[in-house]
Design a protein around this ligand. Structure first.
Ligand code: BEZ
Length: 281
């Protein structure tokens, strides 16, 4: 039967399926405007690759990466920690729930997040609290700088998965909608929510950024299949084990001509990035 809250992540799988994610960060890092003494909290830090890069630019500061994946935090601790860069296992939907209160109140110059909030904000009931907790963590005048999927992000994949869950998976439309693991808000939603949490908006923007997928691999961990298996794991978990490969094949078949460029056979998916800089008043 479907399972939930499994740790799907490993650094190796992420490298095969989506190594471009921590690399396409020039714009959001320029918005972070790292100063040598900055104390920066990284929400949903993954395997720490980008977090350690941030820490190198803040040698007299401190960077703390938080993530809910045991596997990611283990890799981050092993491969990307340094005297000014550490990591902690943390459910970021409940930042103040840590027993040691590592996050603390008003102790960070900046809170950063890249490609993580669309997972963290998926449960509608926790959204307001996430923004309030981030606001609480910042010092007055501190900045919340982030990039995540915005409205319309990977829409072709979202639609193909929903249809395949109905057709090959036998789910109802309601069940198929609930299986979606992502929340991709509009600029308008984000602006209202940040202001409602006590932030002053410096910028909030959306960018359509078609992105070339990693090459296919013999073991299925690269290309569109690897991307779907990792990023769409929770769609697949919504159906019984025996039906999962059928659902996956249908999604791949539907997407084939949509994502493939005629001139060279390369495969691209329609990422939409939502970026914002918000200041704690
Ligand atoms: C993103 O970074 O936009 C993304 C990540 C996982 C699934 C879907 C989108």
């Amino acid at each position: 039967m479907p399972t939930s809250n499994q740790d799907h992540w490993t650094s190796a799988k992420y490298q095969s399926a989506a190594s471009f994610v921590p690399q396409l960060t020039t714009t959001v890092l320029s918005y972070l405007d790292i100063r040598p003494t900055d104390r920066i909290l990284d929400i949903g830090c993954g395997d720490g690759q980008l977090t350690s890069k941030i820490a190198q630019a803040a040698p007299e500061g401190q960077v703390l990466g938080l993530d809910a994946s045991h596997s990611f935090i283990a890799t981050a601790n092993q491969s990307h920690s340094s005297p000014n860069c550490s990591y902690r296992l943390q459910d970021c939907t409940a930042l103040s729930a840590s027993s040691s209160d590592a996050v603390g109140e008003g102790s960070w110059d900046k809170v950063f997040s890249n490609a993580a909030l669309h997972w963290i904000l998926r449960p509608p009931g926790t959204r307001t609290n996430v923004f309030h907790e981030i606001h609480r963590a910042l010092r007055p005048g501190g900045f919340f700088v982030f990039e995540m999927g915005g409205k319309g992000n990977v829409a072709e994949i979202h639609a193909a998965f929903t249809a395949a869950l109905l057709h090959a998976g036998g789910l109802s439309i309601q069940e198929a909608r609930e299986a979606c693991p992502w929340f991709f808000p509009s600029v308008e939603w984000m602006r209202k929510t940040l202001e409602g949490a006590g932030f002053e908006l410096v910028k909030c923007e959306s960018e359509y950024r078609p992105t070339k997928l990693n090459p296919e691999t013999a073991d299925g961990s690269g290309g569109i299949e690897g991307w779907l298996r990792l990023m769409g794991a929770r769609f697949l978990e919504a159906v019984d084990g025996g039906k999962r490969e059928g659902v996956l094949k249908e999604v791949c078949d539907v997407l084939e001509s949509v994502i493939t460029r005629e001139e060279d056979g390369s495969r691209w998916i329609g990422y939409v990035r939502l970026r914002a800089v918000a200041r704690k008043k």
